[in-house]
Design a protein around this ligand. Sequence first.
Ligand SMILES: [Zn+2]
Length: 469
Amino acid sequence: MRLFAPLRRGLLAALLLAPALLSAQDRPLSLWERQARDLLKELVEINTTLTTGNSVTAAEAMAKHMRAAGFPSEDVVVVENAPRKGNLIVRFRGRNTARKPILLLSHIDVVEANPADWTLPPFQFIEKDGNFYGRGVADDKDEGAIHLTILLRMKAEGIVPDRDLIVALTADEEGGPANGVDWILKNRPELLAAEYALNEGGGGRVENGRRIANEVQASEKKVANFILETTNTGGHSSQPRPDNAIYQLAIALDRVGKYQFPVRLNAVTREYFRRQATISGGEVGRAMTRIVANEKDADAARLISRDPANNSRLRTSCVATMLEGGHAMNALPQRARATINCRILPDETTEQVRAQLARTIADTGVKILIERAAEDSPPSPLTPELLRTIEEASTELFPGIPVVPTMSTGATDGRFLRVAGIPVYGVSGLFYDTPNAHGMNERAEARAFYDGLEFMYRLVRKLSAGPGV
Ligand SMILES: [Zn+2]
């Protein structure tokens, strides 16, 4: 059987790939669709995980294509900010150096993928039934391949943007010690200096197979971790006492679980709920309209909060995520600890949240420590001009689908840029159905990928066309 394996694999690959190209497409792929797919395939097949991957190899592989297409060597930079950590930064020179560049950002690293957990090989690009499979096809090698293809296409078409366009594929977004964006901003900030950046974090929302909204992320919540801890002299478990570290912690956790931070909207979430009201409709839609008019409307907040994602958009949230306590089955616990993970609204501080949690657990004998303070992440102003241009491109490709500004409840690398004064917008036009980024057999619909490519190409063209073009 071993002898036959390579042959069978080859045959299987041929069977999987050949019909898929026909069934995924009603027409043959365009030159640029093929280009983007080829870059995506190459990226996926280079392992860039934290533990066993190497993003320098991936950055170098992409750099080779850009140089071969005529981008001068000095404009195709690979930065190795740590061993095995590679970042690619390509600059496409524009005609007007007075205008600050636009940065197209994606990350080249991927979440771990243990082949034993997958039924498909994670580092092999497979196209089957109109889907791409492989680690990174939906997060975030798809966007890297799309951004690079936009530069290749504009150059081949002889289009000169009105300002520099920068494409950056960076390391360690998913975790790890050597975040590429952070490092470059600290050590070579000129490489990423831009008027604003387009990043992951936005994209199409699909429900029941229908496109619902093209979301533009303009803001994201911040992350902080707190430790609730209580200690006790302990003793023999045959002689319990009223004071007990585990019981005290349980009381404190119960209070944290019941506490709700107040509703606080900002410019982005107000616009989100205003537009989402029409999409949702019904009782919840009406509640959204009411909360925009009056954020103290508790009944509206209750209706909206039934959806955990919308609840998290309304307010700061804190939740217990880890628990430890005691040291022996027959001893009174000397210590009990819990981790509280908080997602903080952009304009609130770690200290405000700590103080609120401290008030919530007052008199329980449990103390609160900051394990990780939130990094600042100011919202990016969604200028009418930018929003209008995104809407224009979106209407061309996805007519009738509203563009909706959002605040992510998770965090991206955008936070480093925002703190450095570069506004960041998550926009991709990628309408993936049932996205499973970070999951097993990571998947992306080929059609959605090609539509996202065309959307981003048109958007970048419009944004860099300059006045009167
Ligand atoms: Zn990502």
